[in-house]
Design a protein around this ligand. Structure first.
Ligand SMILES: *Cc1c(COP(=O)(O)O)cnc(C)c1O
Length: 459
């Protein structure tokens, strides 16, 4: 499988190069030249373990020997605390897909454990080094840091918005003291962090000089690995309920997670609808409602990992929407860069896409949903998951069970849980952080300052 850029001005490359490259040199995102259809394998896949489904899906997209791929997958999921890796349970009217059994208790571990092992594998084979640069609204940073801490050949620089990530999320990152880990608290928003990151990746001389690598979901490997749990849970729920199709509710920020669901649908998983849930930062919900993608102001909420206005993966979807026409896509992205808005025509039904059902869960909805699921079903939802569940409840469909992606363990957001239920959500991994020493650099939201810091540290 080869990878090309959404902007059409990067020569095709293989999987290993695509993963090392991160953002395409022409400023676009890398995508596979085709999406294989797998309809005729679903029956067989429904009997496989999580690791085996991962193997079957990844081997369609990668340029690695089978034995090496299997080994990387086994290693990546050894660190999970649940034997099924991503179990799904019926809870009230929905099914909850628990994606938080990895080392940092958020769904990002599922892809980043694999990506870290993969980076190490390629760098060894190529005798190379990598300086990972990432921006995080909280969970990507800790998942990436925990993936690569202490590994040879890799340094990691993670920017987070100063004071805007949950205290425990911050502690999970800054308490990692390995000498290859650099935490940077940027005096700005997550969008500032993401903008600085994109600027540095687009500085091709800088990128090359320091072998910059990406762990954000601009990296194709992230999206690819996330496709797996749509298949594993969809097949499982269809098997246990006898349904012929399912729908998914996905709490959304950067459009990485739900994009993986979109690709699963295009590969042939019978998905009736993808319920796209945002918090008050609703640029994506507004887009799917109206066809207009226009920048709003970021407001802090109880689900900080979704406090995003510029969704980095949206470009991959838009590319499909304009029929894979790089010139048209580039025009739209230039509109957005110049005016903070772009628009595409809506269909006859008044919707941009029949597959996507958008919805917003407010702060009040989030708290009420957490409280209600605790009382009525004895299940604690984290605030991100609660946004998805809340919107899902408005779109239940007979004959298509709804699978809600649970993207974080509730204990990561203990303040919201306390506010909603009056109870404490705890997890021993987090309890152990309470008195841990930390290391972090506070820097202005200025590309030059971040660049200088990186240059100084890598020498
Ligand atoms: C990252 C994150 C999200 C949003 O995922 P995207 O891929 O950015 O849409 C939702 N919930 C949690 C807990 C997250 O960490």
């Amino acid at each position: 499988m080869n990878y090309i850029s959404t902007r059409g001005r990067t020569p095709p490359m293989g999987f290993q190069d695509a993963v090392l490259t991160g953002l395409a040199p022409d400023g676009g995102l890398l995508i596979p030249t085709e999406l294989p259809r797998v309809d005729d394998r679903l029956e067989a896949w429904s009997k496989l373990s999580y690791q085996d489904i991962t193997f079957e899906i990844l081997r369609l997209f990668v340029d690695l020997p089978d034995a090496d791929l299997r080994h990387l997958i086994e290693r990546s999921y050894m660190t999970f605390r649940h034997p099924e890796i991503a179990p799904a349970w019926p809870v009230g009217p929905v099914h909850i897909l628990e994606l938080f059994h990895g080392p940092t208790l958020a769904f990002k571990d599922i892809a980043l454990q694999f990506l870290s092992n993969f980076f190490e594998y390629i760098l060894k084979r190529r005798d190379g080094h990598l300086n990972i640069l990432g921006a995080t609204s909280g969970d990507t940073g800790s998942a990436a840091i925990h993936g690569v801490r202490g590994r040879e050949r890799i340094n990691i620089f993670i920017m987070h918005p100063h004071g805007r990530v949950a205290p425990l999320q911050e502690k999970q990152m800054t308490s990692v003291l390995d000498s290859n880990v650099f935490n940077i608290a940027v005096e700005g928003t997550f969008d500032d962090c993401q903008r600085i990151m994109k600027t540095l990746f687009n500085d091709l001389a800088f990128k090359q000089r320091h072998a910059l690598g990406a762990v954000n979901s601009v990296n194709w490997a992230r999206v690819l690995v996330q496709i797996v749990y749509y298949f594993s849970s969809g097949l499982y729920v269809m098997q246990t309920t006898g349904a012929k199709e399912v729908q998914f509710a996905v709490p959304t920020g950067n459009f990485g997670d739900v994009l993986a669901g979109y690709y699963a649908w295009r590969m042939g998983l019978p998905i009736r609808r993808l319920i796209l849930a945002t918090n008050e930062n609703d640029i994506l919900a507004r887009f799917f409602e109206t066809g207009v993608y226009s920048l709003g102001k970021v407001v802090p909420t109880l689900s900080p990992s979704m406090d995003i206005q510029v969704a980095s993966n949206f470009e991959r979807y838009l590319y499909c929407k304009v029929g894979g026409d790089p010139a048209r896509l580039t025009g739209l992205m230039n509109d957005f860069a110049a005016r903070g808005a772009l628009s595409i025509p809506v269909g006859p039904s008044g919707r941009v896409d029949e597959l996507f059902i958008p919805g917003v869960g407010t702060t009040a909805d989030t708290l009420a949903t957490i409280r209600r699921y605790d009382r009525e079903h004895g299940y604690l939802l984290d605030p991100h998951t609660a946004v998805g569940v809340r919107v899902a409840e408005q779109h239940l469909a007979p004959g298509a069970p709804t699978i809600c992606l649970a993207t974080a363990h509730p204990a990561k957001f203990s303040q919201a849980i306390r506010e909603a239920t009056g109870r404490e959500a705890r997890h021993e991994i987090l309890d152990n952080l309470a008195h841990a020493p930390t290391r972090c650099e506070v820097l202005p939201a200025d590309t030059g300052a971040i660049k200088a810091f990186i240059e100084q540290r890598v020498g």
